[in-house]
Design a protein around this ligand. Structure first.
Ligand code: ADP
Ligand code: MG
Length: 391
């Protein structure tokens, strides 16, 4: 069991992306020192942490430095090699642990874990070789072929309707280990974020409803407008079972599909705070990053409370380009921040990434308001100002 690590200690994080940056902000607010390990000298979290170790995830010296400086270590990126976390875990409290992260890194293992927890997921087949490719049952088509490892933001995925397309897609992905999932008719998508302490205490955030565009999260709304209390409770129970049976310590997000008949299908999980939980920073009395800190330091967990309905809009690099411009940086322009900041309840978060690229997550904007109707109204206005589609 983790003894309580009090403010004044240094907390380490593997990965220097925006999730690490928001973790660092929350940790610093509580009086912790922070150290980030990320090879990128301009990483969003490295820019704001007290220490930045510029090394690869498997660099022995880098890991040794991280251990030496940190009282406890977490991860902000699920593809940090599990063996790096195992190395760290032999010497320092690491939350989440390497075994849990390893399950989340592998779509096939993740689905097996869902099944063990009696949580339904999409009909699927694992395809690792030509024989398994040939043996795929027809009822999985049309489907989505996903690489088993290293996919994110819709990368490493190909939609396939016929066997010929499936064969070509498997080849185009390099013949690596993949999972073919049946394409399901989604009514909408939600996610649940839970936090579990080393002593087994579990709390959760209210569910958020998520709209994806091109496989990338675009809009999150809380409370989830289309969710019934019964489905919400089933999702929370499922996510808690998933966390408990992993012996999970930390913040875990489980993404679900809701089908037209109200049935709930687990999509995937992330062993860390999640893009769909960014609203918690501005709309809840404790954020997902606060709970990440509490779980890794052995602090007591208390249930977070939503104090304002919220809508979050992701700000991708596309906003920096005129609609008809290519992806070259000569087309770069600054979005109309002053315009959106003139709206009530707008919280602008930019991650400090110097180079906008299409589909790159540059920031997000959360609108909080006294009512869900008002939050949505203002968010639609912000979207119009920025040139984002309505939702
Ligand atoms: P990533 O790891 O890139 O987030 P996901 O597996 O979560 O990939 O897929 C991204 C999005 O693609 C989902 O949020 C959903 O909108 C859509 N999607 C994925 N799998 C399916 C499926 N089996 N049926 C229908 N839509 C899907
Ligand atoms: Mg996803």
């Amino acid at each position: 069991m983790t003894p309580f690590i009090a403010p004044g200690a240094t907390l380490g994080v593997m990965g220097g992306g925006q999730l690490g940056r928001m973790f660092v902000h929350a940790a610093q607010q509580m009086g912790y020192f922070t150290v980030v390990l990320d090879a990128d000298p301009a990483s969003p979290a490295g820019l704001v942490a007290h220490h930045h170790i510029k090394a690869d995830y498997l660099d022995e010296q880098g890991l040794a430095q991280l251990m030496q400086r940190s009282a406890a270590i977490t991860t902000e990126f699920e593809n940090v090699p599990a063996e790096a976390l195992m190395t760290l875990g032999a010497h320092r409290p690491v939350a989440p642990g390497s075994e849990a992260v390893a399950v989340c890194q592998d779509r096939a293992a993740e689905k097996r874990h869902f099944a063990r927890c009696d949580v339904a997921c999409a009909p699927h087949a694992v395809i690792e070789n030509a024989a398994q490719l040939d043996a795929v049952p027809d009822h999985l088509l049309p489907g989505i072929l996903k690489t088993t490892r290293l996919g994110y933001d819709g990368k490493g995925q190909v939609c396939v309707s016929t066997r010929a397309e499936l064969d070509a897609a498997w080849e185009s992905l390099g013949g690596v280990s993949t999972v073919l999932e049946k394409r399901l008719p989604l009514a909408f998508e939600v996610s649940v974020i839970v936090a579990r302490s080393a002593s087994g205490q579990v709390v959760h955030f209210p569910l958020q409803q998520n709209l994806h565009r091109d496989g990338i999260l675009a809009v999150t709304q809380v409370p989830a407008p289309d969710l019934t209390p019964a489905v919400q409770q089933r999702a929370i129970d499922a996510a808690e079972r998933v966390a408990e049976s992993l012996g999970y310590v930390g913040v875990l997000c489980v993404e679900f599909f809701v089908l037209h008949d109200g049935s709930l299908v687990a999509n995937e999980m992330a062993p860390r705070p999640h893009n769909s939980g960014h609203y918690t920073v501005d709309a809840c009395d404790l954020s997902q990053f606060d709970l990440q800190i509490r779980t890794m330091t052995g602090a007591p967990l208390v249930a977070p409370r939503l104090h304002s309905p919220a809508v979050m809009l992701n700000l991708l690099g596309d906003l920096w380009f005129a609609p008809d411009a290519g992806s070259q940086n000569d087309g770069v322009r600054e979005p109309d921040w002053a315009g959106v900041l003139a709206l009530p309840g707008v919280h602008l978060h930019l991650y400090g990434k110097a180079m906008p690229r299409r589909a790159r997550k540059m920031g997000h904007l959360t609108v909080t308001a006294a009512s869900a109707v008002e939050a949505r109204r203002v968010a639609l206005e912000a979207a119009a100002i920025l040139g984002l589609p309505a939702f």
